[in-house]
Write a protein that binds this ligand. Structure first.
Ligand code: FES
Length: 294
């Protein structure tokens, strides 16, 4: 159906361009013919006017000639007006059909190899193990990490959001143990943490998978059966109801709003890479290939 529409759009574009071209040629040709005949017509009228001064029989001929030239001029203007309108319409059709054709044109997608060849971060460290030194600074323990955050942001209630953001960035979620350690030396209460972390969408209370798969559920993708993609991925990864991450913590499946490439619907993004025109089977294959590579 899409291929058919694309062909139709191409044909309409070409036809509109052809009509516009013919009209332009016709307009120019008509104007050129008039311009070529004008001096001769003028000379003929002057000649007849001169002759009519001495020969009254020529007067009728002069009258007929003037009438012929006037009618020819009026006809030419009418033709030009009609041609201009048709030119306008065909130009509009050309632009609209051309845009439609460009929108339906097959787009280059990254190859599967390219898609799965992305380098991802290693899995988030479990709480209790030593955090990654590149994020924590000096290979400090979680206790030291939280202590440093408190020192940096203060122990008042107003420090809750920056501290939670730092923990979220560090672990990619808010581990309960880290949150408990935040409450010990500060005025921040468990109730405040619970309220803040549930209010802001940026905070996660459960671990996130190594790869975050964002399945677009915007309007275009919804119409293109995005729900089937999500269902198939969740089924394939054995993600239980109420969870968004598979038991091995390899993948987190997120439903997101439009990611801005509706012409490729249905679409999913893995980190910064986009895969479009998916079917449930091809979406599953992308994840399988990614798992093999990682
Ligand atoms: S609706 Fe999915 S990319 Fe726009």
């Amino acid at each position: 159906m899409r291929y058919f529409s694309q062909r139709v759009a191409l044909r309409v574009t070409v036809a509109a361009a052809g009509v516009a071209g013919l009209l332009t040629v016709g307009l120019i040709g008509d104007w050129a013919v008039g311009a070529v005949h004008a001096p001769g017509d003028k000379a003929l009228v002057e000649e007849l006017e001169e002759a009519a001064k001495t020969d009254h029989e020529v007067s009728q001929q002069l009258h007929d000639e003037r009438e012929r030239q006037t009618l020819a001029s009026v006809d030419r203007k009418d033709r030009a007006r009609v041609a201009a309108w048709l030119l306008l319409v065909s130009g509009g059709v050309f632009v609209a059909a051309g845009k439609r054709f460009m929108a339906l044109r097959p787009q280059r997608l990254p190859s599967l190899d390219r898609l799965v060849d992305v380098r991802f971060d290693t899995a988030a460290p479990a709480i209790g193990k030593r955090p990654r030194t590149d994020e924590s600074g000096n290979g400090e323990t979680p206790l030291e990490f939280v202590a440093r955050l408190v020192e940096q942001h203060g122990a008042g209630r107003e420090a809750a959001i920056p501290i939670l953001q730092a923990i979220q960035n560090h672990y990619r979620y808010l581990p309960d143990e880290a949150l408990r350690r935040v409450c010990e030396p500060t005025e921040i209460t468990p109730a405040q943490i619970a309220g803040t972390s549930s209010f802001y969408a940026q905070f996660r209370r459960s671990p996130v998978g190594r790869h975050v798969v964002r399945v677009c559920h915007g309007t275009a993708c919804h119409v293109a059966a995005a729900e089937r993609i999500t269902e198939e991925l969740r089924r394939h990864l054995e993600i239980k109801d109420g969870n968004d991450t598979d038991p091995r913590r390899l993948f987190t499946i997120d439903k997101v709003a439009c990611v801005g490439c509706c012409s490729l619907a249905p679409v999913m993004m893995i980190e910064e890479e986009t895969a479009g025109r998916l079917t449930p089977a091809s979406a599953r294959q992308v994840l399988d290939a990614l798992e093999l590579r990682s």
